[in-house]
Design a protein around this ligand. Structure first.
Ligand code: NAG
Ligand code: NAG
Length: 332
C-alpha cells in the first residue's frame, strides 16, 4: 500500500489540480460539471515496491473475433512488462469453433473470465461496451487498470497502479472539456458499485443509444463509491499526457487540445518529445476505420506537410507495428 508521506504529496497535488479544475469549470459548462477532478499521474512519486501484485489486475474485453485478436496482442505485450494479473472478459456466446485458436493464445497471457451476454439484441461493437463495466465486479482484486484492447502499448504502465486507490479514475477525453473516456480506467472494484451501475444498464432506455461512457458520465459520483469505503466521492480524470493518445491526434496540425489542456500546457516545440513519452495509443481515426479493417494502410495516410510530417511517420509506424503484431499473434 501507499505510504503516508506519499499520500500527503498526492493530496497536495490533488488540491492544486482541484483548484484548477474548479476554475476551468467556471468558464465552461460540461455534463459532469464540477464533480470531476484531474488527477496527476503517480509516476515516480510513489514506490512501485509497495504494490501487492497478486491483488491487482489489468483488464480488457473482447466481444468479436477481431477484438479477440486485439486482446491477444495487448495481453501478450503487457505480459512482458508486468507482474500484475491480466484478465480478459469475454461474453460466453463468443465461444464458438471459429475462435478456438485465438482463445488458446489468449489463455497463455491472461485469465479469461466468461460473462453472460449483456444484451441479446446487441449488434455492433458499441452495444457490447457494457461488458467492460464488469471490471467493477472483479472483487477478487483490490485495484484494476482497465484498457480497451484496440490500443498499442508503447511503455510499461504499472505506474497507473500508484494512483490513489480511493479514486475511481477515467481517461480524460481530452478533445472535450471535462468528459470522460472509458477506454482507460483505473478502478477499485466493488459489488455495491457494480450492482448500482448494472441496474442502470438494465433499466436504460433501449431506444436511445446509451453506451458505457454515458452511464459513467451521467451517474452521480457517489454511485461510484462503496458507502462502506470512506474516501473520495468525486470522479477523477486521468490526464491524456503522458498516458494515452488517440492515433487521430497525429492527423491534426497544431495539437492545440493536447498541448493547451490544463495538465500539459506545453509549447508546440515540445511536441516531438511529448509524443515519444506517451505510454499508450488508442486506435481511433474516426471516421476512418480501425487498423484491422485496413487492407492497405497507405490508403489513408494523414497529410504530410510542414510540421505534421513527423506525425505522419509516427502514425505509419504505429500502424505498421500493429500489423506486425497482428501477423505474429493472429496469423490467418
Ligand atoms: C458478479 O460477480 C459475482 C461473483 O463472482 C457473480 O456471482 C455475479 O454473477 C456477477 N454479476 C454479473 C451480472 O455477472
Ligand atoms: C519526456 O520524458 C522524459 C523522461 O521522463 C522527461 O525528462 C521529459 O521532460 C519529457 N518530455 C516532455 C516534453 O514532457
Amino acid at each position: 500500500m501507499i505510504s503516508l508521506k506519499h499520500r500527503k504529496l498526492l493530496v497536495g497535488l490533488l488540491a492544486v489540480f482541484s483548484v484548477l479544475a474548479v476554475w476551468t469549470n467556471r468558464r465552461t459548462s460540461t455534463r459532469v460539471q464540477d464533480k470531476v477532478l484531474i488527477v496527476e499521474s503517480g509516476e515516480d512519486e510513489l514506490s512501485i515496491e509497495t504494490v501487492d501484485w497478486s491483488r491487482v489486475a489489468y483488464v480488457t474485453y473482447a466481444t468479436s473475433s477481431d477484438y479477440l485478436c486485439n486482446a491477444v496482442i495487448l495481453t501478450a505485450e503487457l505480459r512482458k512488462l508486468t507482474q500484475a494479473n491480466i484478465v480478459t472478459l469475454i461474453e460466453a456466446n463468443l465461444l464458438d469453433d471459429h475462435v478456438t485458436s485465438l482463445l488458446t493464445a489468449l489463455k497463455q497471457s491472461s485469465t479469461v473470465v466468461e460473462i453472460d451476454s449483456v444484451d441479446e439484441r446487441a449488434s455492433d461493437s458499441w452495444d457490447h461496451s457494457f461488458v467492460k463495466l464488469h471490471s467493477f465486479n472483479l472483487t477478487q482484486f483490490d485495484r484494476i487498470v482497465y484498457l480497451d484492447c484496440d490500443a498499442l502499448l508503447l511503455k510499461p504502465i504499472d505506474y497507473l497502479f500508484l494512483l490513489p486507490w480511493d479514486h475511481q479514475i477515467f481517461a480524460h477525453a481530452y478533445w472535450t472539456d471535462l468528459q470522460l473516456g472509458s477506454y482507460l480506467m483505473v478502478l477499485s472494484p466493488s459489488t455495491h458499485v457494480f450492482n448500482t451501475l448494472w441496474r442502470l444498464v438494465k433499466n436504460r432506455n433501449k431506444d436511445k443509444n446509451i453506451y458505457d461512457m454515458d452511464i459513467l458520465s451521467t451517474v452521480s459520483p457517489s454511485y461510484l463509491y462503496d458507502p462502506s469505503h470512506v474516501g473520495a466521492t468525486k470522479k477523477y480524470l486521468l490526464p491524456a499526457y503522458p498516458n494515452i493518445m488517440l492515433t487521430g491526434e497525429l492527423k491534426t496540425k497544431n495539437h492545440n487540445t493536447f498541448l493547451k489542456s490544463r495538465y500539459a500546457s506545453q509549447p508546440l516545440s515540445d511536441w516531438p518529445s511529448m509524443r515519444q513519452n506517451i505510454s499508450l495509443v488508442h486506435f481511433s481515426d474516426w471516421p476512418d476505420p480501425k487498423p484491422w479493417v485496413f487492407n492497405n494502410i497507405y490508403d489513408d495516410l494523414p497529410v504530410c506537410d510542414g510540421l505534421s510530417c513527423s506525425d505522419h511517420q509516427v502514425w505509419i509506424s504505429y500502424h505498421q507495428k500493429y500489423h506486425s503484431l497482428h501477423n505474429k499473434y493472429c496469423p490467418s
